[in-house]
Every structure is written in C-alpha cells, then in structure tokens.
Write a new protein. Structure first.
Length: 232
C-alpha cells in the first residue's frame, strides 16, 4: 500500500484530500508546515508527497528544494497561484507534477496514480551509468562527471541529459523532451527547453559554441551525439 504525505496548512483541504486518498486505498499522513513535512518525509519515507506552495515557516518551494537534495520521492505541487512563473520554479526544483487550486479531489487521486505509475516504471532495473568519452552520467546517484570533476546540474537539466543520452543519435522534438524529461502536458514548458539546453551545454561542453554532446537538429529539436566511448 503506497504512503502519501499531504503537506497543506488548510485543515479542511488537507482532510478532504486525505479522505479521498484513503478511500482509494492509500495510507496518508498530513503535515501543516514545512518543518513538520521534512521530519515526516525523513522518518516515514512516503512514496509520494502532495506539497502546497503557500506554507508557514518554510514555503513549499524551499521544502521541494530540500527534499530534492536528499532523495527522489515523487512530488506533486499544489498551488493557488496560476502564474506560469510559480509552476516553472517548482518544476525546475524537481517537482514531478502540479495541480492548480481549486481542484477536484478526484483529479488529485488521478494525478497521484499517474505519477506513482510513472515513478514505478522509472525505478525498474536499468543501466547504472552512461559513459561518453570524458562524460560520465551516473543514473543511480544522479551525478555527472567530466573526467574527475563533478558537474552540478539542476534536476531538470539532469533529466534532459538522461533522456537524450539514453538514446544517442535520436532526434527529439521539444515537445517530446517536455513529455519525457519533465512528464507534463503543459505547453508553456516547451519553449523553456531551449533555455535548459543552453544551460546544460554551458556545463558539459568543452566549448559551448561547439556542440560535442547536445546537437541542434534544425526544424526538429535536439539530439545527443556520442563523440567517443559508449554507454555502459
């Protein structure tokens, strides 16, 4: 039975979500602030976290950032803010999905099922490392190295790199990268792919103006080009 942590300071909303999730067969705990949420997440090890952005003490974005520093538990953001910037900030910090208030409790349950199903597929046994010349991508540790130097990527940069590097030579459209790397059906993200790719290139390319790894496929999108070496 999957364990769900609901982080929501509005008691009525939290109890309603808890009721619907429990009726759907999930074990649920609730936290009303960021500090409590971090403690429960550390001790209880939930399978998924529903995280409101507007929280007392520590806001939801900071909670998301701290959770991503220590693990990869799926996170669905709950936000009363409908602005694109709030959604994108949460996604860039590593959230797996988002729901804008007001929402239907049935929608919450459906999103939880979808994210858990996607997470289960991603956790199935796979290659632990991808190596291309001096570039080493450790999929288990979410670590990227060039020779002996650790390259610090954001969660979305890492997911983009992982998505393309698993299929070197394949051209991905921007929409494919949004769907496969970010896991969203949100058209506002498609135009952010270019910015993420630009930042990724700055970090992994010897010369960002000469693309050894991430190539532009004009009229389509991007592909990972294997310069030397091979995936292991």
């Amino acid at each position: 039975m999957n364990k769900i942590l609901v982080v929501e300071d509005d008691r009525k909303t939290a109890n309603l979500i808890r009721l619907y999730l429990q009726q759907s067969g999930y074990t649920v705990d609730v936290a009303a602030d960021g500090n409590t949420a971090l403690d429960i997440a550390h001790n209880w090890q939930p399978d998924l976290i529903l995280l409101d952005l507007m929280l007392p003490e520590i806001d939801g974005l900071e909670v998301c950032r701290m959770l991503r520093m220590t693990g990869s538990v799926p996170i669905i953001i709950l936000t009363a803010k409908s602005t694109e910037d709030d959604v994108l900030r949460g996604l860039d910090l590593g959230a797996d999905d988002y729901i804008t208030k007001p929402f239907s409790p049935r929608e919450v349950v459906a999103r939880v099922r979808t994210v858990l199903r996607r997470s289960s597929k991603e956790s199935q046994p796979t290659r632990k490392e991808l190596k291309f010349g001096d570039l080493l991508v450790n999929l288990t540790r979410h670590e990227v190295r060039i020779k002996d130097d650790i390259i610090h990527l954001t969660p979305k940069e890492f997911k983009l790199l992982e998505t393309m590097a698993k299929e070197p030579g394949r051209a991905f459209t921007r929409l494919e990268l949004v769907e496969r790397a970010f896991g969203y059906d949100y058209e506002g993200l498609e135009r952010t792919v270019d910015a993420h790719v630009m930042n990724l290139r700055k970090k992994i390319e010897r010369n960002p103006s000469h693309h050894n790894y991430v190539e532009t496929v004009y009229g389509i999108g991007y592909r990972f080009a294997e310069p030397t070496g091979h995936a292991v």
